[in-house]
Ligand binder design. Structure first.
Ligand code: B12
Ligand code: SF4
Length: 622
């Protein structure tokens, strides 16, 4: 199920509303010596192709954005801990400025949920007078906020106190309500409890909290509705603030005395992830992005984007950036404006931006071709790579304006201008590994893309994405695998690298097909050939991509081949409904919760084990 649309005209915040909230918080900040730790959940079992480098070398924008927002409002005692770099981090051991923080914030994608749950459970072991308020958020919480709470019997003993299903504005609005209610230096949880009881939280769209009984057991989860979105992204706090808050990588359980110094930031996060635009005009049924954005386009001004790139280079020496755009070319006029500005931007030493900074982003084949006449200016902006959701060149499974010819043309066009095209493919039921004389097979397409200029390659299985139109139907149709050979499909395996949703007679074959496609694309022969005849205009880019690809391939092999074996052995047990909340959910007025799935809305009471601990611990052996 997609996120519902807010009523027309009420999807966005008023212009200036976010800036005014920041101002108000700046006035509140000096009265509260607030200390916060923001943790990014990351399950190391997910490390494999195609994200093997980006997952560690790019500090995620979500936690950085929340950190920037806190610092910008005057709450400088904030630290960001990435489980990517701090595998052994334990919230129960965290001390900031010599004390347990007031706020413990957890950010997670859906596939890292088990790690997020483990951290929150550990944070709950801190003695009640010191225990921080636990707030969860991030991409996983946007679509399945109930996962961040524990089951009905455990609500006071594990999981989040409340969940934010929205962006910075929702979080800061929540903070304003809590701090206004807080008496002196009392624990923030006390203020939270009073706000919950008085209904003050109900006024903030984008929150989930649990109503509890006298024994602190959850009776129901309350959904305050879908967030309103910030339209003018220039109102966001500057990303440079967040990079000052990173916890240095370590093997320890607690926090270091200081955050990562500015001169070492680039070493650990050489790629800066930057919000430039949000939104996409396409409506692919397997994608949650258009509904998340309420079908709106949102952007930063070209000047602001240029300023961010220049500032991050100046303060941290960053030379690489990735735009977190859904489709950077979505709006052609806007794209040209941004690229013109970046082309004309000079760095603090007078050099052109493109001489110092290279950046990449995501866009579609269709829009790339529409912008073919503007390629010189696009290249002049420093853009050097585009990840493209080609999915299937023959458009048999997904149609978004791509075909064999125009995909080839777009790839050749980009390569000619020195912009590296990176295909993202979707293997799907019915697609063979190879087809004779036809372009439908997975290997046929890998070959065509390589010839057209692809330097990297990504193939994932078409799988149900939370928040997409196809999500519930895929589960209800019995397509989703619950276990194979008695091995359950755990949360971290629901990332499309593993075959877990298919009607294919031999699902193991699909898994093996993906492995073969990677082996075809990344191999020693191709590596050697890339040294002699590179595909990329950047001489070493091709061979470096091959070397990194081969390393990632070994991880893919190690992780997914055992799953192919389980699929082969069977028996395969299938789901008959999507994963639902163990606790009933309602809107603030007692009606249907806006984030609830259809099946959830139909269920009257608790829908899973009464213990409500459906997942295993994420701290499995690596
Ligand atoms: C960049 C990116 C990546 C990079 C991440 C690199 C990095 N370290 O940053 C790479 C390429 C590695 C990647 C990989 C994957 N990705 Co990705 N990725 C993105 C992308 C395009 C941008 C993410 C981003 O930075 N957004 C900007 C930030 C600011 O937004 P945000 O993270 O949502 O944070 C905001 C709010 O959520 C909130 N918030 C966040 N955390 C918290 C915490 C608290 C306490 C609070 C209050 C609020 C809060 O405030 C933030 C500011 O507004 C998004 C799509 C998108 N446009 O967001 C997909 C997205 C995050 N990816 C997604 C997926 C599925 C994946 C993969 C699983 C792909 C796959 N099928 O295999 C892999 C996972 C790899 C892994 N091992 O983790 C999904 C996540 C779905 C979900 N429900 O969790 C997204 C949302 C795309 C989609 N389908 O809609 N991805
Ligand atoms: S083109 Fe990409 S971002 Fe746009 S709806 Fe389709 S999959 Fe989503």
């Amino acid at each position: 199920m997609e996120l519902p649309r807010r009523s027309r005209g009420d999807e966005r915040l008023e212009p200036g509303e976010f800036s005014r909230l920041r101002e108000r918080l700046r006035r509140l900040a000096p009265q509260h010596d607030l200390a916060s730790v923001i943790a990014c959940a990351f399950n190391h079992n997910t490390r494999m192709l195609p994200f093997i480098y980006a997952d560690m070398k790019m500090a995620p924008a979500g936690v950085r954005a929340i950190g920037s927002a806190l610092t910008d409002c005057g709450f400088e005692k904030t630290r960001i801990v990435l489980q990517q770099w701090n595998k052994n981090f334990q919230p129960s051991a965290m001390k900031l400025d010599g004390r347990v923080p007031d706020l413990f914030l957890v950010s997670s994608m859906h596939l890292h949920t088990e790690c997020a749950q483990d951290m929150m459970k550990d944070a709950r072991t801190i003695a009640p007078p010191h225990r921080p308020l636990i707030v969860a958020g991030g991409a996983g919480s946007v679509y399945e906020p109930w996962n961040m709470f524990s089951g009905p019997r455990n609500i006071g003993r594990a999981g989040a106190d409340l969940v934010v299903t929205g962006e910075e504005f929702v979080f800061l609005q929540l903070l304003e309500v809590l701090l206004t209610e807080r008496a002196g230096k009392e624990p923030l949880r006390e203020a939270f409890k009073r706000c919950r009881a008085s209904g003050a939280l109900d006024e903030i769209p984008g929150i989930y909290y649990a109503r509890v009984d006298e024994d602190d057991l959850a009776v129901e989860l309350v959904d305050t509705g879908v967030q309103r979105l910030l339209g003018d992204l220039d109102e966001l706090p500057h990303p440079k603030l967040g990079y000052r808050l990173l916890e240095p990588p370590s093997r320890g359980a607690g926090l270091g005395a200081h955050a990562l110094p500015a001169h070492r930031v680039k070493k650990y996060t050489p790629i800066a992830s930057l919000i430039m635009t949000f939104g996409c005009k396409f409506r692919c049924p397997y994608c949650p992005i258009p509904a998340y954005n309420q079908r709106l386009e949102r952007t930063k001004s070209p000047k602001r984007i240029a300023d961010e790139l220049v500032t991050l280079h100046k303060e941290y020496g960053m030379r690489l950036a990735f735009g977190t755009d859904d489709n950077f070319f979505n709006n052609h006029a806007r794209t040209i404006e941004i690229c013109e500005e970046l082309s004309n931007t000079r760095m603090h030493d007078g050099a052109r931006l493109r001489r110092r900074i290279r950046w990449a982003t995501e866009a579609t084949v269709h829009d790339t071709l529409k912008l073919r006449d503007h390629m010189p200016i696009i290249r002049g902006s420093g853009l050097r790579g585009i990840w493209m959701g080609v999915e299937d060149m023959t458009a048999t499974v997904v149609k978004k304006g791509q075909s064999v010819d125009n995909t080839t043309e777009a790839f050749q066009l980009l390569s000619r201008f020195g912009i590296q095209p990176n295909p993202m493919m979707m293997h799907h039921d019915g697609q063979p590994l190879y087809t004779w004389g036809k372009p439908y097979g997975l290997l046929n397409q890998a070959r065509m893309l390589r010839k057209a200029g692809a330097v990297t390659f990504q193939v994932l299985m078409l799988s149900p994405a939370t928040g997409s139109k196809l999500y519930e139907g895929t589960y209800n149709s019995g397509m989703v695998i619950q276990s194979a050979n008695e091995k359950p499909v755990r949360q971290h395996m629901r990332d499309a690298n593993y075959v877990f949703a298919t009607h294919a007679e031999k699902p193991w074959r699909m898994q093996v097909n993906m492995v073969i496609a990677y082996a075809y694309f990344y191999n020693p022969l191709r590596f050697l050939w890339a040294l002699v005849r590179p595909r990329s205009r950047l001489y070493f880019a091709d061979s470096i991509a091959q070397a990194a690809g081969m390393r990632g391939f070994l991880q893919t092999l190690r992780r997914t081949v055992p799953w192919a074996w389980n699929l082969w052995r069977g028996p395969i047990v299938r789901e008959d409904k999507p994963p639902l909340s163990a606790i009933p959910m309602v809107s603030v007025l007692g009606g249907r919760a806006e984030h609830a799935l259809e099946a959830q809305a139909a269920a009257k009471g608790p829908v899973s084990e009464p213990d409500g601990q459906p997942v295993e611990s994420a701290r499995s052996p690596e």
